[in-house]
Design a protein around this ligand. Structure first.
Ligand code: ADP
Ligand code: ZN
Length: 529
């Protein structure tokens, strides 16, 4: 869809120009805004940075009454309101962080019809008092931001969102607009259903970010690989490096600084001032690298982020898309770079197994992990796969991702997989379970202390895997784990069989594996980890 404001309500265009100082609407904005001004409902899927806010802010200014915005991002509300006030928009918020005085002031302003926009945390709508307050004023529209939070299949489910369906019953005449940046085709329909958006128009934006090059590389020495990536491709650029843990954020930031690359840490364990200071520097200065956990980035709008690097595997495709989407907002070439290895799969599978929540919750997390693993192990275009995940199926190979630029070879890994799985079976018969390192030692015929101690050099599979290097074996294990043909068990991350393993063992299933282009034939010596 192209920019088009010919058909748009002239009042909307006037507001855009007078209040925001922008000349034109972008993408679907005009059509969405028109729908809502006319009193219709809308469901909007637009990537982060696409301009969702204007889709409800402009109609709130055009329509009579106050636009009620439901948002779970309580931490951002005060900033959003301040930013609106700076534009001369009359805005307020009600959430738990507020002093009673502030709250009463906001409530009075709403009742007096002096607010254009009122932001609410979803849990506010649980109280009958709030509902009566809303009823006593005049409502222009309801905007439900981060609408994917209503989906129990999403990565961000909030039980309070389920009750938002009552808005339709209680205020049938008030238009509602639900917005999200992360929804697969399946969740998209679930959102419409759960929010009772029966007659809503659906607006699904193009999720492609053509200026971002996607690359996923096998992890062997992540910090050295990162350094190499930064030095060869992004010297002097601003970028974000995501790590899973706070400790790894600190270490990586220190390491980069030691190597002469200006870097700052950001994670929830740092005090508020340090976080605010580091964030402000990142936004203001050029060429800074922010090393962060995923706590960093929500609401960050820096156009010239040239790269987003992940040193650890994100937990979902949604997360990956959102985080990498912070690169290249200015439309210039940018890189999304991820290192991923066996340990990531083991760690994440273990975290899910040992984590909180019921069986259904674990199953959902597994599915999210499976989807991101499929993206990592794909031998076809990464962008096509990413877009298919967001409901845009069948796009042509992009020519701007690693698998397009350097197609990985697929190889028949059935026999190595059988060797590995039958080693697991044999150990299992002895009541023993081990991690990848020891299994590979056995296959390579290494007489390590542990092998000798447990008599594993007597196994029939001892030394039958010398056709592959250790690195290649780790690739086999990783891909078996990714495909659900091996399971991670217990707190030490030992490997076991899955119900599907038998198909490979019995030769009923052929296994095509991915060979990393760069390290395809490299042999490593030395110890196993
Ligand atoms: P989202 O909520 O979808 O992540 P935002 O609403 O925060 O995106 O918008 C992202 C940025 O784009 C903001 O800086 C916003 O002011 C800007 N923007 C949105 N619409 C337009 C437009 N029509 N013209 C120019 N800039 C726009
Ligand atoms: Zn591609």
């Amino acid at each position: 869809p192209t920019d088009d404001d010919t058909a748009v309500d002239p009042r909307a265009l006037a507001v855009l120009r007078e209040v925001w100082g922008y000349e034109h609407f972008r993408g679907d904005q005009a059509r969405i805004i028109d729908t809502v001004i006319r009193g219709g409902d809308a469901l909007v899927l637009m990537p982060t940075g696409g301009g969702k806010s204007l889709c409800y802010q402009v109609p709130s200014l055009v329509r009579e009454g106050t636009g009620i915005v439901v948002s779970p991002l309580i931490a951002l509300m005060a900033d959003q309101v301040t930013a609106l006030e700076a534009l001369g928009v009359r805005a307020g918020f009600l959430n738990s962080t507020q002093l009673p005085d502030q709250r009463r002031k906001t409530e009075r302003a709403y009742l007096a019809g002096e607010l254009d926009l009122l932001y609410l945390a979803p849990e506010r709508l649980r109280s009958e008092q709030t509902l009566q307050l809303l009823e006593a004023g005049r409502i222009a529209l309801f905007a439900i931001d981060e609408a994917h939070c209503v989906s129990q299949w999403g990565h961000d489910f909030r039980p309070d969102y389920l009750q938002l369906s009552m808005l339709a019953q209680r205020w049938p005449q008030v238009p509602r607009i639900a917005l999200t940046a992360t929804a697969t085709r399946a969740t998209h329909h679930e959102i419409a259903e759960r929010l009772h958006l029966v007659d809503a128009e659906h607006f699904v934006a193009d999720f492609d970010r053509p200026n971002i090059t996607y690359r996923i590389v096998a992890k062997n020495n992540p910090r050295a690989q990162l350094l190499q990536f930064l030095r060869t491709e992004h010297t002097g650029d601003s970028g974000i490096v995501y790590c899973l843990s706070r400790a790894s954020v600190e270490k990586t930031a220190d390491h980069l600084v030691d190597q002469g690359i200006p870097a700052l840490p950001y994670h929830a364990g740092l005090d508020r001032e340090t976080r605010a200071r580091n964030q402000a520097r990142f936004l203001r200065e050029e060429g800074l690298v922010m090393v962060a956990t995923i706590a960093f980035g929500m609401g960050i709008d820096k156009p010239d982020v040239r790269f987003v690097a992940h040193l650890d595997l994100p937990k979902s495709v949604e997360g990956y898309y959102q985080e990498t989407g912070r690169a290249g907002r200015d439309g210039l070439p940018s890189t999304a770079w991820l290192t991923y290895g066996l340990a990531d799969v083991v760690q994440l599978r273990r975290m899910i197994e040992g984590g909180e929540g019921d069986a259904a919750h674990r199953r959902r997390q597994q599915q999210h992990l499976d989807a991101i693993l499929a993206l990592c192990e794909t031998v076809t275009c990464r962008r096509s796969q990413l877009l298919a995940y967001f409901g845009q199926e069948g796009t042509a190979p992009c020519g701007n991702c690693d698998t397009c630029l350097q197609p990985p070879q697929a190889w028949d890994g059935t026999i190595p997989a059988q060797k590995l799985l039958s080693t697991v079976v044999r150990l299992d018969r002895r009541g023993q379970r081990y991690g990848a390192g020891h299994l590979i030692d056995i296959l390579l015929g290494r007489t390590t202390q542990r092998v000798t101690q447990f008599g594993h050099d007597d196994l029939t599979t001892f030394g039958i895997g010398t056709e592959l290097s250790e690195v290649e074996w780790r690739g086999v294990v990783r891909q078996l784990l990714a495909a659900g043909l091996l399971a991670v068990e217990g707190e030490y991350g030992v490997l076991g069989l899955t119900p599907a393993s038998g198909e490979v063992l019995r030769g009923e299933r052929e296994l095509m594996l991915r060979r990393e282009p760069a390290t395809s034939r490299s042999r490593t010596s030395g110890s196993t980890k």
